[in-house]
Design a protein around this ligand. Structure first.
Ligand code: SAM
Length: 305
């Protein structure tokens, strides 16, 4: 496969090939596709999809729509989903061996991320073929960077086991995890998963629930696990959970008391003071409220003695 367009460069001005690689052997391309907004399909993705000899996809109708949107007609597709990926290996290796390129796409996002792709990559690597990627959207990274939680160290947990001991064990691991945790969840399970996470990690653990990313109704709900209300489930969801706080990484009760005292000293009502401190310090509202009541009770007691 060779590119018909002018050769692009890297940021440093070094020449690089848009898609192709001169070799007698084919390349396996992992091509990321939009997670909702077709505008996120990159020019390079279109270029690769226009040139490969075979496109492995989960659903030919869905990928057909994407190809149609990109102005690509009559591309050769083969179904490679969770059930069929292993049966595709021989065909893909034979195509690569003939010197033809193959692309892997999924219904949305980056292949191999809670989606098929991993097996084909492993088989191609083991057989000595070149594997390359056309990067693009992945819901996990989009949700992470929008979460407002630490992005310095994070773990991707994919979908939690649905029930039983496996789920309980995974929840316990998440509760102990220091790094930010990113989870995928189906819409009808998201409220139950938030409740289970709250029981495992405690209601104060900060969380962001991102839904319909890159789409019209994109929304990120942020707050402590115990206060997250996802309402009527609509669309696709990613849940991002703060890692287990270290003793000094969270505001102490004294920090909360002192922030509340500042609010009350400047004339804030209980409600406004609690809201402001909850916002400022990212501590659960119920904790701030309880400390505010204790502070006021103490002040009333001093006044009457
Ligand atoms: N490979 C995909 C990726 O790179 O993001 C993930 C595929 S996985 C089968 C589908 C899950 O990804 C959904 O259940 C949801 O948790 C998440 N997801 C995909 N698109 C999303 C979007 N636009 N907004 C929120 N979550 C999304």
């Amino acid at each position: 496969m060779t590119s018909s367009r002018s050769t692009p460069t890297t940021y440093d001005g070094e020449a690089t090939q848009l898609t192709g690689h001169e070799s007698a052997l084919g390349t396996l391309w992992l091509v990321s596709t939009p997670i909702g907004n077709l505008g996120d399909l990159t020019p390079r993705a279109i270029e690769v999809l226009s040139k490969v000899d075979l496109i492995c996809c989960e659903d030919t109708r869905r990928t057909g729509k994407l190809l149609h949107h990109a102005g690509l007609a009559n591309r050769r597709m083969a179904v490679s989903n969770d059930h069929t990926e292993m049966h595709r290996v021989d065909q893909v290796l034979a195509t690569l061996g003939d010197g033809h390129d193959v692309a892997v796409v999924t219904d949305a996002g980056t292949p191999g991320i809670s989606d098929p792709g991993e097996r084909l990559v492993r088989a191609a690597v083991e057989a000595g073929y070149r594997v390359s990627a056309v990067p693009g959207p992945s819901a996990d990274v989009v949700a992470l960077v929008l979460s407002g939680l630490s992005t310095a160290r994070y773990v991707f947990e994919g979908f939690l086991p649905r029930r039983g001991r496996e789920r309980a064990e995974r929840l316990a691991e998440i509760a102990a995890e220091r790094r930010t945790i990113v989870l995928y969840e189906a819409p009808h399970r998201v409220a139950g998963t938030i409740a289970d996470l709250s029981a495992a990690c405690g209601p104060d653990r900060l969380t962001a629930v991102a839904r319909e990313l890159t789409k019209v109704f994109e929304e990120v709900i942020r707050g402590p696990l115990g206060e997250i209300d996802v309402g009527e489930p609509r669309g696709e969801y990613v849940v991002v959970v703060e890692g287990r706080p270290t003793p000094d990484s969270r505001p102490s009760d004294d920090d909360v008391r002192s922030a509340l005292a500042d609010e009350f000293a400047s004339g804030a009502s209980t409600r406004d003071g609690v809201a402001a401190v909850t916002r400022q310090l990212g501590v659960a509202k119920r904790t701030v409220y309880a400390l505010a009541l204790a502070l006021q009770h103490e002040a009333d007691r001093k006044e009457t003695t």
